[in-house]
Ligand binder design. Structure first.
Ligand SMILES: [Zn+2]
Length: 531
């Protein structure tokens, strides 16, 4: 069978369970079983029949998300629990992932329009260029191939391709269920009047920050499939110092890691009546990945400077040992921590050389209870203890920590950079505060570095010369921070325009787009991150 013998009209269609619902404006929506609402266009069937399984052709909006559907017919009344939402398509394989987990199909529709559809679980026989007929079922936000039949093996290059619009199909996410979040908050706290932040999509569902202005209380709420969870930030006045018999003017520092090298940054600070922990990172190598947590007595608080593994990698271990202790970082650090710690767990599970320090439930509990405070504003996590995060300029979200209790104070810089980079502005020395005690990184303290511009120019010229002479360039880089900086330097460099390295420009630009369209750090693939 050749491509010309196939009737490709309607070669991308869905079977969707749901019911039709009119809106106030007279429009009709197909409300799917997961609460997704799809606008109906050109429907010719009786829609007043409650829940049913519908045979539809989807259309996508400018972002590739399915926004409306045309109902072709009703397959049968009622919802059959045993049947899933299904998609049928006839399309050509244009790309296969390296491990054969995902396949991209190009589907030709009417009027020369094309769609690119991503399906998981490809048939092992699939090869780029082949035409296949597939049935896929919806699993979460992906489409998984249930049945596939090869139709031809015509190479792509032999088919004339008209100039057409290509769209990428993304399954629609259901709207965030704000009412469920409000209900969960009411059930947990017994109070109403909570204001919700914009919902954040996580792997397991939705998440909001909540603030009750009347009661000055903050909380975090999660809603997953059929479950909800609330964590209310503790009121500092509820906290009582563990040891009330100590000298309230004390300021004692005990390094629990990183004092003589890089890795496992962790400091115990006894300030006034409190025991505060600053950072809780891991060592990338060796048999002793953790800081000396056994020297902790009764910690009252954990503060985190930034999301590199040597500063945050052991936080789930800390939380498992001291589940009642508050953990606080900046909002940027928490966002990156989601990626870094999740990746770290994956590496621990898949790498026989590294021991598993925590499991998935430790990780999820830690991330859920990791509180945030903005940079530049004083807050009081324990009675009388003033804390301020100061912009550190090292990576996105990085902060120095200033602590004060009574007349005693301490400044912990964490990792910092006074020069601005492409992803964050530099630390301003004027923002640092005088303190009784200073803990600072000294990794490059004895070195004088050339200016950033000089280093970038040297790197870009070296890459250009290798590529121009037909070589390939492989740049090992720490996943969080350096990798984004190098990609941005390459993408925005005039060197490649001048030297006409079209090959390199193409590769860098496609890699860069893929990485930079996500949040910083989402390309992290290793937990041996230092910096
Ligand atoms: Zn760092």
């Amino acid at each position: 069978m050749t491509v010309n013998e196939l009737d490709l009209t309607g070669a991308f269609e869905f079977t969707i369970q749901g019911h039709i619902e009119p809106s106030n404006g007279g429009l009709l929506y197909l409300v799917c079983h997961d609460a997704t609402r799809l606008l109906l266009t050109h429907t010719h069937v009786d829609c007043n029949s409650g829940s049913a399984v519908w045979h539809v052709i989807p259309s996508t909006d400018s972002t590739g998300i399915i926004s409306n559907v045309t109902i072709i017919d009703k397959k049968y009344d009622g919802i059959n629990n045993s049947s899933e939402d299904r998609c049928h398509l006839v399309g050509r394989v244009v790309q296969l992932s390296l491990r054969h987990q995902v396949v991209l199909f190009k589907v030709e529709l009417q009027q020369g329009k094309k769609l690119t559809v991503t399906l998981t679980k490809p048939d092992p026989r699939m090869k780029v260029g082949q035409l296949w007929s597939c049935t896929a079922i919806q699993v979460g936000c992906t489409l998984e191939i249930a049945q596939a039949t090869p139709l031809s093996a015509i190479p792509l290059s032999s088919i004339p391709v008209p100039a057409t619009i290509t769209e990428r199909v993304v399954l629609p996410d259901p709207l965030p269920p704000n009412d469920m979040a409000n209900h969960a908050l009411y059930l947990e706290t017994g109070t109403s009047g909570w204001q919700l932040s914009c919902a954040q999509k996580r792997a397991w569902g939705w998440e909001w920050e909540a603030f009750n202005p009347e009661l000055s209380r903050r909380a975090r709420v999660q809603v997953g499939s059929g479950t909800s969870c609330v964590y209310e930030y503790k009121d500092p006045t509820d906290s009582v110092a563990q040891d009330v018999n100590v000298d309230t003017s004390r300021l004692v520092l005990t390094p629990l890691g990183a004092a003589l090298g890089i890795g496992a940054s962790c400091f115990r600070v006894e300030i006034g009546p409190y025991e505060v922990v600053l950072d809780c990172g891991t060592r990338p190598k060796g048999s002793d990945p953790l800081p000396a947590l056994e020297y902790l007595k009764n910690p009252d608080l954990l503060l985190i400077t930034h999301a590199h593994q040597d500063h945050i990698g052991a936080v789930p271990v800390f939380h498992a040992r001291y589940p009642g202790v508050r953990m606080i970082c900046t909002p940027g650090t928490r966002e990156i921590a989601h990626v870094m710690l999740t990746d770290c767990l994956k590496v621990q599970q898949n790498n026989e050389d590294s021991c598993q320090l925590f499991d998935r439930s430790d990780l999820e509990r830690t991330l859920f209870r990791l509180e945030t405070q903005p940079i530049g504003q004083d807050f009081e996590p324990l009675p009388g203890l003033k804390v301020r995060f100061i912009h550190a300029g090292h990576i996105v979200g990085a902060a120095c920590i200033y602590l004060r209790y009574g007349s005693r104070s301490l400044l912990y810089t964490g990792d910092y950079n006074t020069a601005s980079s492409r992803t964050t502005s530099g630390l301003k020395l004027a923002e640092l505060v005088q303190a009784d005690m200073l803990i600072t990184e000294s990794t490059y303290g004895a070195d004088t570095h050339p200016s950033r511009k000089t280093q970038e120019t040297a790197l870009l010229n070296a890459i250009a010369s290798v590529v121009q002479s037909g070589g390939n360039v492989l740049i090992p880089a720490f996943a969080l921070g350096r990798a984004q900086e190098i990609l941005l330097a390459l993408r925005t460099s005039a060197v490649f325009g001048e030297t006409n390295c079209t090959n390199l420009r193409g590769r860098v630009s496609s890699g860069g787009n893929r990485h930079l369209s996500r949040k910083p750090g989402t390309t992290a693939r290793q937990c041996t991150e230092l910096g």
